[in-house]
Design a protein around this ligand. Structure first.
Ligand code: SF4
Length: 313
């Protein structure tokens, strides 16, 4: 059974249980070479290039979707194979392949297929995901991902229901699972929307939960909202809100707190937690100073920085 939408592009069908499933296997909306900092991942092979890959569709219904063209509309797709993706990554000196743009959980069979092929060719794999995946599917998906950035959209059930048409608890369970049961390097993004999820008490609760459940070394990226999709009347997130969130996160014990979607000229440094020296300076997505050795130890005091800094890891 095929569902044909008005545009004529058709990448969903009904399975035997009557559920809509994607037919995007062996298709892509496009490939792009990005700095890995753009995902964002700041503690996973910093300064390396990554081949970004996506299809169409999403399992959440965020009214603020910043990527709605890929997540919420049908797009023309090109045929592609795992071999083509690997060749493109190698041709462009990419260290890894990212499953991104739309939600990789909904094309997990294809993502897993590509990820397994990447491993055979010594390419790392990255999932940029909302973390909305049930327990039986988690294991297979994350065991072939070397790193992930999970978008934790807020820290209240009310927010998830009102703005995402989803629930908070499954995302928290995924975060706990990644931390306790996988080798996947984890970073978190939190998009702050004025008047929706930027209450300081809610941000504090989230940061305290992360510190207690996932540890203080999980990097968190507070990201600025821009009006998009169905949330066009909200304001852009003021820089003061992002800085307040950073203060709260640091007070809650989180060691690596970054601001995103701000001016490309803004610097987002990483500081050694032992000696306080600046060990990675970034300007926009560019690394402008790097003071770690090849295994991720501070050049000044030799303390190890949390993350993955070696291609051999
Ligand atoms: S999870 Fe991400 S891609 Fe999906 S609807 Fe929400 S913001 Fe858009």
């Amino acid at each position: 059974m095929i569902d044909q939408n008005a545009s004529g592009f058709c990448f969903v069908r009904k399975n035997l249980a009557g559920n809509l499933v994607t037919t995007a296997f062996n298709h892509t909306t496009g490939l792009a070479v990005d700095p890995i900092e753009k995902k964002p991942l700041y503690h996973f092979l910093p300064g390396s290039k990554i081949l970004s890959f996506g299809t169409v569709g999403c399992n959440l219904g965020c009214s603020f979707c910043q990527n709605w063209a890929f997540a919420k509309t049908e797009q023309p797709m090109q045929p592609v194979t795992a071999a083509l993706i690997i060749a493109a990554a190698q041709d462009h000196d990419c260290a890894s392949v990212a499953f991104t743009y739309n939600e990789p959980v909904i094309f997990s069979e294809f993502a897993i297929h590509i990820a397994q092929a990447c491993r055979e060719h010594r390419l790392k794999t990255v999932a940029v995901t909302n973390g909305y995946i049930q327990a039986p599917a988690r294991k297979e998906f994350f065991e072939c991902m070397d790193a992930t950035n999970v978008d934790l959209k807020g820290f209240s059930e009310a927010f998830y229901q009102k703005y995402c048409n989803a629930h908070l608890q499954p995302v928290l369970e995924t975060l706990r699972y990644i931390h306790t049961s996988t080798k996947t390097w984890l970073e978190i993004t939190n998009l702050l929307i004025p008047g929706a999820n930027d209450n300081p008490d809610e941000i504090r609760s989230m940061c305290q939960w992360i510190a207690a459940e996932l540890g203080r070394d999980v990097p968190i990226h507070f990201s600025a909202f821009h009006p998009d999709y169905r949330l066009l009347d909200n304001n852009v997130t003021p820089i003061e809100t992002l800085k307040t969130a950073r203060d709260i996160a640091q007070q809650s014990g989180l060691r690596f707190v970054y601001l995103g979607n701000v001016s490309q000229n803004d610097e987002t440094p990483t500081v050694c937690q032992q000696c306080g020296q600046l060990i990675i300076r970034r300007t926009g997505y560019k690394i402008t100073d790097y003071q770690l050795d090849e295994t991720g130890h501070c050049s000044f005091c030799k303390t190890s920085c949390s993350g993955v800094f070696s291609y051999q890891s």
